[in-house]
Design a protein around this ligand. Structure first.
Ligand SMILES: Nc1ncnc2c1ncn2[C@@H]1O[C@H](COP(=O)(O)OP(=O)(O)O)[C@@H](O)[C@H]1O
Ligand SMILES: Cc1ncc(COP(=O)(O)OP(=O)(O)O)c(N)n1
Length: 279
């Protein structure tokens, strides 16, 4: 724990984004910016840039598990997050290791589909995620389509904040202590008139909070979900209470979106050092 080592440590189990905006790259940048020593267990190499995902090269489940084992058995982690896991075999292998090390501060970002539409989780793996991973999670952070998939609902079933709150409560019944349903995708078609981005946090005994932030009118939003979940993980590694960690993470991601960089010819990426300018 932080007290024993004098510094906070966090492990991310996720895929590599060669474009640098999402995945392992976003996670490690975020952890570093928040003063946490970041470590990684790579699940897949994606061939990715601002125009989309052009290839996915998954690692063997044992190679993923071995990386996590190497980190946890020697260095340790005050908090862990999962991102792109790709297959049910990788989910099973990762859960075995997390169980063996009794990881409690676990953020699960149930990454399924990249903004360009590429699949980062096989359809068959959703069941393993629900059965094995969600019950171990301290917090799970689905966006609206991911929340629908976890609940087996049609992809347009969540339309407003009331639906988001209902979904958050239902996902809690699958086992995680907290659920944050992210609203970045709601109202995408009304971007000209949109004023805010609201996420719904449910958990604890009977906590239900709508977290609002100003909508930032930019197309350069690659890596929002990874950055938010990595920031929650970093703040939990530092020992912040969950609501405080989520609020801090939303603030961090908002600043990173406000100063996003137009990398490439497509959807540009967040600027993870933005919080330094804004301070
Ligand atoms: N244009 C935007 N302006 C402000 N906040 C945003 C914007 N887009 C997304 N967010 C915020 O970024 C975080 C990630 O949300 P979302 O984009 O829905 O996740 P994902 O990347 O997993 O699809 C949420 O806190 C959401 O409210
Ligand atoms: C390797 C990898 N992991 C996760 C994602 C998805 O990241 P996210 O933060 O949800 O951002 P978008 O892809 O939605 O912009 C990814 N693209 N690559």
């Amino acid at each position: 724990m932080t007290g024993q080592t004098g510094f906070a440590r966090a492990l991310t189990v996720a895929g590599s984004d060669s474009g640098g905006g999402a995945g392992i790259q976003a996670d490690l940048k975020t952890m570093q910016e928040l003063g946490v020593f970041g470590m990684s267990a790579l699940t897949a190499v994606t061939v990715q840039n601002s125009l989309g995902v052009h290839g996915v090269h998954p690692l063997e489940p044992a190679a993923v598990a071995d990386q996590a084992e190497a980190v946890l058995s020697d260095i340790g982690a005050d908090a862990v997050k999962t991102g792109m896991l790709f297959s049910s075999e990788v989910i099973e292998a990762v859960c075995d290791v997390l169980e063996r090390y009794a990881v409690r501060r676990l953020t699960v970002d149930p990454v399924m589909i990249a903004k360009g539409g590429a699949s980062l989780l096989r359809a068959e793996a959703v069941a393993a995620m629900v059965r094995r991973l969600l019950p171990m999670a301290e917090i799970v952070t689905p966006n609206v389509p991911e929340a629908c998939a976890l609940l087996g609902l049609p992809e347009d079933a969540i339309r407003d904040e009331t639906d988001m709150a209902d979904a958050a409560r239902q996902i809690r019944l699958l086992g995680p202590e907290y659920v944050l349903v992210k609203g970045g995708h709601l109202g995408e078609t009304e971007a000209e008139t949109r004023t805010e981005c609201a996420d719904v946090l449910a958990g604890g005994s009977d906590l239900l909070r709508v977290l609002r932030s100003p909508f930032i009118p930019t197309r350069h939003t690659h890596g929002t979900g990874c950055t938010l979940s990595a920031a929650i993980t970093a703040y939990r590694a530092r020992g912040l209470a969950m609501e405080e960690a989520v609020r801090g993470a939303k603030d961090f991601v908002s600043k990173a979106i406000a100063y996003a960089v137009p990398t490439g010819g497509g959807i540009g990426s967040l600027w993870h050092a933005a919080h330094r300018r804004a301070e």
